[in-house]
Design a protein around this ligand. Structure first.
Ligand code: SIN
Length: 532
């Protein structure tokens, strides 16, 4: 559906910068990659599309999973991850995650991340699909904020890392199978950053939906840019809905952490009845896809657009102390987390799919790595186990840096040999377009037809509408909102197309017209654009 480049450009007219190591994105994966690269390279650039702390990581509440408890072991974490992933996890990738995870957590703690403790031991909680308490947290329910705070400081004060804010990734620059850098947009101008190593850590694209816990920046830029450059993209149909997102008129969809259920909260329907045990033996702590679907079905049954979380049976003062961020936010809307019924409904939270990588974060292009939510390492399969994503960001960004370091001579040679030529041409002068308005329409379309429950008619209708929007791809408009819209359109198309092709239900992909999980579908869908 897309052109090779988002905009017209002529390389010879653009500012050029060269670096040894380029990182795109400043969430946990990007910052960790920078931190690790800082041990080897002397000239590192990290770009981020807004401020360094405008990330999805900052919003992570519940925590980070790792087998660190006395009754736990990596194999148990491995089993739970595979179980949640509904047959599509890559067992080798999962083994890497669970075995290397503990060391990464210890490194984070040594850097100054203050994980919550009880009696000088890390306090561990449970979340859906975990058979052991293994979720570390910080500031009660502000885990992402704490990790972001520490890593921002570490990276920001590193003498060899230059952080460039308000730098938007436009496109990845490629010669045959070698990535030689990126075209970026800053302060109304395009520029080129050349590098033998480029790490994509741009996060997911939850903003293609209307109801999402993800921040505004999550517009799928890295996935769309990689796809345009001919990089393989996998599992896009698997979009995770967080089951319990605040559903209150006038309030944005704010995540009520799964850890709240991990600590004993119940779900009740609009008649005040608990219902989860009718859907799954693990009740409120079933895997996330199961809970989201059960809530959806319960809402249909009761003719309501929400269910409720209740913590009334828990100790009031402890509830507020354990979940200070959520408690404060709800108070702002006149709700008491410990005493009121909290209205919730599922909303888009995380992309299991993304840029296909190997076990070292390597993509199908030499010199291009991907890690964090933008990547599809195979760890999450069809449904991510709660709190595995921060861990994945750490483990696989470490590996990407290690791989690039071990292969630096090869990457350097490939970079030197790559013809650094590119020309964006053929796009038409843009008439005045209401990009913001289009963004809203696209999000509403995806919410209505490519949502938690999907069917052929809805998906075909959505794809037809997306095709109409694709006319807008023909216009040259270097404004960030135009480029974001084009990326969102590309990502929306990949999700809808994948969802239509996959004629079964599995993990987060639920087809009302194909409700069964089919053995013949125990495989991945990979999209790759032909680049001339
Ligand atoms: C949450 O706190 O519920 C989010 C955890 C996650 O998405 O893994």
């Amino acid at each position: 559906m897309s052109n090779r480049y988002l905009v017209n450009f002529n390389l010879s007219e653009l500012e050029m910068v060269e670096t040894e190591f380029l990182i795109i994105g400043s969430g946990i994966a990007g910052l960790w990659a920078a931190h690790k690269a800082g041990r080897h390279w002397r000239d590192i650039i990290l770009i981020t599309k807004r401020g360094i702390e405008d990330t999805t990581t900052v919003h992570a509440q519940g925590g980070i999973a790792a087998a660190v408890g006395p009754d736990d072991d990596p194999f148990c974490h491995y089993r739970d991850t595979l179980e949640a992933g509904a047959g599509l996890c890559d067992p080798v990738a999962v083994e890497i995650l669970v075995t290397e995870g503990r060391e990464r957590i210890e490194e984070l703690a040594r850097l100054g991340v203050n994980f919550d403790k009880v009696d000088s031991q890390w306090h561990l909680t449970s979340e859906g699909g975990h058979s052991r308490k293994r979720v570390l947290h910080a500031g009660g329910d502000a885990t992402g904020q704490e990790i972001q705070r520490v890593l921002t400081k570490v990276v920001g004060s590193h003498p060899h890392i230059q952080v460039l804010e308000d730098h938007f990734l436009v496109d990845i620059l490629v010669d045959r199978d070698v990535c030689w850098g990126a075209l970026v947009h800053h302060a109304g101008k395009l520029k080129v950053i050349k590098a033998p190593v480029t790490v994509l850590a741009t996060g997911g694209g939850g903003q293609v939906y209307l109801s999402t816990t993800t921040p505004e920046i999550a517009t799928g830029d890295g996935i769309a840019a990689a796809y345009r450059a001919g990089v393989e993209v996998m599992d896009m149909e698997f979009v995770q809905f967080h089951p319990t997102v605040l559903a209150l008129k006038g309030a944005p969809p704010f995540n009520i952490s799964e850890a709240v259920r991990g600590e004993g909260a119940w779900l009740v329907n609009s008649k005040g009845e608990r219902f989860m045990s009718a859907y799954h033996p693990l009740g409120e702590l079933a895997p996330r896809d199961v809970v989201a679907r059960s809530i959806y079905q319960e809402m249909q049954k009761t003719g309501s657009d929400k269910v409720f979380l209740t913590l009334r049976h828990l100790e009031e003062e402890w509830v507020h102390r354990r979940f200070p961020t959520i408690s404060r936010r709800l108070k702002f809307y006149g709700l008491d987390l410990a005493r009121d019924l909290i209205p919730v409904a599922p909303a888009v939270h995380y992309f299991m799919g993304g840029v296909k990588t190997g076990y070292w974060g390597e993509t199908s292009l030499k010199g291009l790595y991907a890690c964090g939510e933008v990547a599809c390492t195979g760890v999450h399969g069809a449904n991510r186990l709660a709190s595995n994503s921060l861990l994945e960001g750490l483990v696989f960004s470490s590996r990407a840096v290690e791989h690039a370091w071990q292969n630096r001579a090869l990457l350097e040679q490939a970079f030197i040999r790559a013809e650094k030529k590119a020309k964006g041409e053929g796009l038409l002068p843009s008439p005045s377009v209401d990009w913001e308005g289009l963004r809203g329409e696209l999000r509403a379309l995806m919410q209505a037809h490519v949502s938690l429950c999907r069917c052929r008619e809805g998906l075909e209708l959505a794809l037809g509408e997306l095709e109409k929007y694709s006319q807008k791809l023909l216009y040259h408009s270097p404004a960030v909102e135009a480029m974001e819209f084009k990326n969102m359109l590309q990502v929306a198309w990949l999700i809808a197309e994948g969802a239509l092709i996959r004629t079964e239900s599995r993990g987060a992909h639920w087809r009302s017209d194909y409700p069964q999980t089919e053995e013949r579908w125990q495989r991945h869908l990979i999209f790759k654009r032909q680049v001339q």
